[in-house]
Design a protein around this ligand. Structure first.
Ligand SMILES: Nc1ncnc2c1ncn2[C@@H]1O[C@H](COP(=O)(O)OP(=O)(O)O)[C@@H](O)[C@H]1O
Ligand SMILES: [Mg+2]
Length: 293
């Protein structure tokens, strides 16, 4: 160790974005956002609808240009050279909200191959990547020959994710990937995303409006409010600030609420928790402290 800090994989500096500048529809969507992501992190971006989450992440791979500010990938401004930007779009994979509406090729295989083909890879490499990506999202190889329109909603979303993974991005940015899925579909999608992080070492930024989901999977939370970063920290730190969260139009997970209510009634329980398992531990610890048993 030489004590020097590594360059973050991704950095956002003083980023502001105004939509439709100079028209009656002018709308400031981001206001001086600063953010730094280290390689291997799993970050959840949460916030009320309209707080700027989608606008922020569309800057990360250059789909939107900052009105002011910068986005740096490995320390380099992604907008500095237009020729670089194209390459960066392959390295920072973005899965849009409801990506299944963007499947447009005749077969699933062709859809997943779209990104790698644009990268100019050889056919054999493209075939290998399509096959790997299907494995990564837990779909059978045989699905490659089907039309995307024959698939269920959950399968279509996996195909869209496979299309992003086939580019082998260093960073994966997901905009509400579980929105509109049933509970089983949500669970499977989370499992899958967690695997991508744990087994493939992908850096992940996940946009969600579910506090429970964010707390379950991410090691750091970023709470957006009115185009700004309002709170940031580990889940326990962020959920410890229930009142501030309510001001951002969010509520803490239900289990945290119960502990906060107990504390308000004079039970000295540690409220920095957000899963049922943690709550059980905190309550047992509290009982031991109070009753000595
Ligand atoms: N294409 C657009 N044109 C104009 N305003 C937009 C556009 N997209 C989003 N906005 C506005 O920018 C703000 C932030 O929106 P968005 O980034 O979509 O938030 P979130 O993803 O958190 O719901 C909102 O006020 C929204 O109405
Ligand atoms: Mg959004």
């Amino acid at each position: 160790m030489n004590g020097q800090k590594q360059t973050p994989i991704l950095e956002v500096r003083g980023l502001s974005h105004v939509y439709s500048v100079g028209t009656p529809f002018e709308q400031k969507a981001l206001d001086d956002v600063n953010l730094s992501v280290d390689k291997g992190e799993f970050i959840a971006i949460i916030g009320h609808t309209g707080s700027g989450k989608s606008t922020l992440i569309q800057h990360l791979n250059g789909l939107l240009r900052p009105t002011t500010g910068q986005v740096l990938f490995h320390g380099q401004d992604i907008f500095q050279k237009t020729s670089q930007l194209r390459k960066i779009r392959f390295q920072i994979g973005l899965l849009f909200q409801y990506p299944e509406y963007q499947l447009f090729e005749e077969t699933v295989g062709q859809d997943i191959a779209y990104g790698p083909a644009n990268m100019g890879l050889h056919n054999s490499e493209i075939t290998r990547r399509v096959s790997d990506a299907l494995d990564a999202v837990g779909l059978p190889q045989s699905i490659a020959e089907k039309s995307p329109f024959e698939l269920s909603g959950g399968q279509k979303r996996r195909v869209a994710l496979a299309g992003v993974l086939a580019m082998q991005p260093e960073i994966l940015v997901l905009d509400e990937p579980t929105a509109g899925l049933d509970p089983a579909g949500r669970e499977e999608m989370f499992e899958l995303i967690r695997d991508l992080h744990d087994k493939r070492d992908t850096t992940i930024l996940l946009v969600t409006h579910s506090m429970e989901d964010a707390a379950r999977v991410a090691s750091r939370l970023i709470v957006m409010r009115e185009g700004q970063i309002f709170l940031t920290g580990a889940p326990a730190q962020v959920f410890g600030q229930a009142e501030a969260l309510e001001r951002a139009g969010l509520t803490v997970p239900q289990v945290t609420k119960i502990l906060l209510a107990l504390r308000a009634r004079g039970i000295p329980v540690d409220t920095r928790c957000y899963t049922v398992e943690q709550a059980v531990q905190k309550l047992l610890a509290c009982r031991e402290e109070v009753l000595g048993c």
